[in-house]
Design a protein around this ligand. Structure first.
Ligand code: GDP
Length: 442
């Protein structure tokens, strides 16, 4: 994510590496490169100008700390200014009420609004709360069907009224339905248009006025650069938004919109979309994201993602089995299932300090293919074999290889890999994926 911006900033910092102290001339050189990196990332010109002014004031005003090297000093100053630019201490907590909390989602067609409604419902469900999706986009008949498909995929009910023509009534009825059925959050999927028009804004204003959503979020497509910023400005003028959700940052979005939107519109980013799949929505924390852009990683978000995405009961069970020395190929298979989801490992690695290069190597999905290959071999074994791989003799090995379309040597390698992994894990305090996480947390 935003690799070219990260690379550009890294090369700015590199120019100061090995220099004795921060002087006006080496600082000027470093700052120029920071400015170029931001402009190349398509950050609005005015935003870059203000940002550069801010960091040069900070750099000049700062006493030269003898203990810090110039590179670290510049990283520190840029980090502070980036956090401010991304929204300061804005945080993505939804602050749910005792009563039903209503979230209004708006955005132009194609921005990713319906997909994001599903992703948000999924996050809410992972927090143990009940969400209801409300089909309030009555402009496109297909939109209601699409929301039903999305709802099904995240195991969330969808409220819709076939044949309805009044989106305001549908929203009001959905909130009533939620109240009567013990639902915590209603997510309103409102109509989108290809471009901003008066009718769309009027409809949203009326929903805002009559349904009283607790929060209004705008979904914008991060790949559209400055257009995303401009649409945020227009929607905010009409609606007083609580936050922006920027999607498609997994693609080749350069990041300009992400860095400009708060400064230009005053509205902070609350979530970012990082894949087309339902697990691709991340709460947005300015400080953690600044750290990620600067190559310092974001361990906190990585843990939170692991906690959300890995079945904690499964992690716990695996840990217990490991402690008893009972880790089997069945457990290994279950662990593979947890991490072998498209893009998940890459996303998590991208949050580790200095792992930017590694994630680039992983691009192309070869690691996912590899996991499928391993999974295929385990699936071709009988449960007796999975529990006791020592039983796998030559003829069993031939059968497994044939069943999974690999060579018998590959089956052998898997068993060897498993043996060494199992003994490594037995040695690990607590053991298993959970144990590894515990160790890193310390
Ligand atoms: P809507 O018209 O605003 O409701 O947009 P949709 O939810 O239908 O999304 C439009 C397209 O963008 C779909 O193909 C989605 O799969 C895709 N999409 C949405 N969010 C993301 C994201 O964060 N990353 C990627 N890669 N694709 C996304």
């Amino acid at each position: 994510m935003l690799e070219s911006l990260q690379d550009g900033l890294q090369s700015a910092f590199k120019t100061l590496r090995g220099q004795g102290r921060l002087t006006e001339s080496n600082m000027r050189e470093g700052l120029k490169l920071v400015e170029n990196a931001l402009l190349e990332a398509d950050v609005s010109y005015d935003v870059v100008k203000a940002f550069m002014q801010d960091i040069s004031d900070k750099a000049v005003g700062q006493d030269v700390l003898k203990s810090l090297k110039p590179e670290q000093q510049l990283v520190g100053i840029v980090n502070e200014a980036l956090i401010e630019l991304l929204g300061g201490d804005s945080d993505p907590t939804l602050h749910l009420k005792q009563d039903v909390t209503v979230l209004m989602m708006c955005g132009l067609q194609g921005a990713g609004k319906t997909t994001t409604c599903g992703k948000l419902a999924r996050l809410i469900g992972q927090d143990g709360k009940k969400a209801l999706l409300c089909a309030a986009d009555l402009q496109r008949p297909a939109a209601v069907d699409q929301l039903h498909i999305v709802g099904k995929s995240v195991d969330t009910p969808v409220y819709s009224e076939p044949g309805a023509t009044d989106p305001i009534a549908v929203c009001q009825n959905a909130v009533k339905h939620a109240r009567e059925n013990g639902i915590d959050v209603v997510i309103l999927d409102t109509a989108g248009r290809l471009a901003i028009d008066e009718e769309l804004m009027q409809q949203l204003k009326t929903i805002d006025l009559k349904v009283h959503p607790d929060k209004a979020f705008l979904v914008v497509d991060g790949m559209t650069g400055q257009d995303a910023v401009n649409s945020a400005k227009a929607f905010n003028n009409a609606l007083d938004l609580n936050g922006v959700i920027m999607t498609k940052l997994d693609g080749d979005a350069r990041g300009g919109a992400l860095l400009s939107v708060k400064q230009v519109t005053g509205v902070p980013i609350k979530f970012i979309g990082t894949s087309e799949h339902m697990d691709g929505l991340e709460p947005f924390h300015p400080d953690r994201f600044a750290s990620r852009i600067l190559g310092m990683g974001d361990i906190q978000s990585m843990f939170e993602m692991a906690q959300r995405e890995f079945d904690q009961e499964q992690v716990q069970k695996t840990q217990e089995r490991l402690q008893k020395g009972q880790f089997t190929l069945d457990d290994f298979r279950k662990q593979l299932n947890q991490i072998a989801r498209p893009g998940l490992m890459q996303k998590m690695l991208g949050m580790m300090p200095g792992m930017g290069e590694m994630t680039k190597m992983l691009q192309g999905g070869d690691h996912e293919k590899e996991m499928r290959r391993l999974g295929g071999m385990i699936d071709s074994m009988t449960s007796v074999e999975r529990n006791d791989p020592k039983l796998i003799d030559n003829s069993r090995r031939q059968r497994i290889a044939k069943g999974s379309g690999v060579s018998p040597q590959e089956v052998n390698e898997l068993i060897k890999q498993f043996d060494s992994m199992a003994s490594l894990m037995k040695g690990m305090a607590g053991g298993g994926m959970g144990g590894a996480m515990d160790m890193m947390r310390k």
